[in-house]
Design a binder for this molecule. Structure first.
Ligand code: SAH
Length: 454
């Protein structure tokens, strides 16, 4: 390897940058994040650099007599737009034993600027050894998006803990054992979720070598397209030791799990409860009590017709650390991917989510409230009862011409959208083989589908 990554203390480095254009500006902006002394040498400066100079954030020298400004021991950046000038700057600098970086000339440079992911005090520096700046930027953006924003808080928490463990535990091996346990406990995720009090309780019990509880993540997997997962969902999905998932979670999303994780299907089609609800609640508790990191992955949003509330009740009672991560619910996913806005100033000022399947198998809904004009109805789990539901809405006063859309496997490659009127839905159902999961949207907004589908 040709480039050695090191972190250099910033407050005793002097940078002399030759150039006043965009390249110089990029370097200056990076350097100013650190406590370094920057002198810019250029007859002309871009406006941003001019401002920095007038605010005294950088020193500016307009002199063209370049040589005299190169001070022994400084880091020199040759960033003019003239390669012959850059070359001579580098020669003077090298004669004074100054390390040099020449813009677009890594072969003749002593140092290069990495791309930086900033979570101060944690920084990640990335370089492709100057082979591919575009790749470096791409990786930087990927890492930046994937890393939680609260890493600085975690770094500070860990640093405080480190001091206290150092003073209370003398044996080095024991300290290492404690750190291994701490970093695989619920502590990091609790701090990242802003729950430092709870993190402290967990840390104290790890340090006291008490039996460790695991943690449970109740995560919404969205309606199917894996790119609709939240960043937090992806991060937590990757950490799980054991995963309990149901039918609505698409296989592409399960691919994000750790390949070593134990995968447990717990059903959830209406007629197929591979594991009954109470069984699922208990499984989460049992595995967390074994110290495992447990992922309960549910389609859509766990708190919208997902029984997410029931699944965490027992965890809360038993004091097991858990987090709930919202997901994109079927109503949002299907409406976006079908070009049917749920509200629209001309057609609907409110939207109502209803279940078409009640606990006792009936659809005893508050019909009079559902027929309100200028309201969009979204019916979850309503496929089998949709003809009955449409008839009831008409019987309670909704126009039989009201538009209705059935969205089958929304957001997935197999998505299909069927539109009709309430009166016509029976024939749509009988002439097409529509299967679950299917979401129903009723209201004038459905008319926009033809125009807004993408
Ligand atoms: N918690 C889930 C809903 C679970 S109820 C959420 O927030 O989306 C299950 C019902 O959701 C299905 O019967 C169907 O009506 C709807 N649904 C879920 N995913 C869907 C999808 N990809 N396409 C269409 N409907 C979907």
């Amino acid at each position: 390897m040709n480039w050695l990554p090191l972190y250099h203390r910033s407050n005793n480095v002097k940078f002399i940058i030759f150039g006043g254009g965009q390249v110089a500006q990029r370097k200056v902006q990076t350097l100013l994040k650190f406590d370094v002394d920057v002198t810019l040498i250029s007859p002309k400066l871009m406006p941003v650099l001019q401002n920095l100079a007038s605010e005294a954030k950088i020193k500016h020298l307009a002199s063209e007599a370049l040589q005299e400004h190169v001070i022994a021991g400084s880091c020199v950046v040759a960033a003019t737009n003239n390669s012959a000038v850059n070359k001579s700057i580098s020669q003077w600098a090298k004669a004074l034993a100054c390390p040099v970086s020449i813009a677009d000339d890594p072969l003749n440079s002593d140092f290069i600027f990495p791309a930086i992911v900033d979570r101060n005090p944690v920084t990640i520096a990335i370089s492709s050894s100057s082979e591919s700046p575009a790749l470096t930027r791409y990786l930087r953006n990927q890492l930046d998006a994937a890393l939680p924003t609260r890493i600085p808080q975690l770094a500070n928490f860990v640093s405080r803990l480190r001091k206290s463990i150092r003073s209370s535990v003398e044996n080095t091996e024991q300290r290492q054992r404690i750190w291994r346990k701490l970093m695989s406990s619920a502590m990091p995720n609790l701090v990242l979720a802003g729950k430092e009090d709870q993190a402290l309780v967990i840390s104290d019990s790890v340090i006291a070598d008490k039996e460790q509880l695991g943690q449970v993540f109740l995560v919404g997997a969205g309606p199917g397209d894996p790119e609709l997962l939240t960043l937090k969902a992806v991060r937590l999905i990757q950490q799980a030791d054991v995963v309990f998932y149901d039918r609505l979670v698409s296989p592409a999303i399960l691919e994000y799990c750790n390949p070593k994780a134990e995968m447990r299907y717990v059903g959830k089609a209406m007629s197929d409860h591979a594991v009954p609800q109470e069984g699922i609640n208990q499984l989460l508790v049992d595995h967390a009590k074994l110290g495992k990191t447990v992922l309960r992955l549910k389609g859509g949003d766990p708190f919208i017709f997902g029984r997410g509330g029931e699944e965490i009740e027992q965890l809360a009672e038993d004091g097991i650390p858990f987090q709930v991560v919202p997901g994109i619910t079927a109503a949002s996913g299907c409406s976006s991917y079908a070009g049917i806005p749920l509200t629209h100033r001309d057609y609907a000022q409110s939207v109502r989510f209803v279940t078409g399947h009640l606990k006792d198998g009936t659809t005893n809904l508050p019909w009079d409230e559902l027929i309100h004009p200028q309201q969009t109805l979204v019916i979850y789990m309503g496929l089998t009862g949709i003809v009955h539901i449409s008839q009831q809405l008409i019987a309670h006063g909704m126009s039989s011409d009201t538009s209705i859309a059935l969205i089958e496997k929304g957001t997935q490659p197999e998505q299909k959208v069927y539109t009709s009127t309430l009166a016509g839905i029976e024939s749509v159902i009988s002439t097409n083989k529509i299967s679950a999961p299917t979401l129903t949207i009723i209201g004038d907004v459905v008319k926009l589908h033809k125009k807004l589908i993408w």
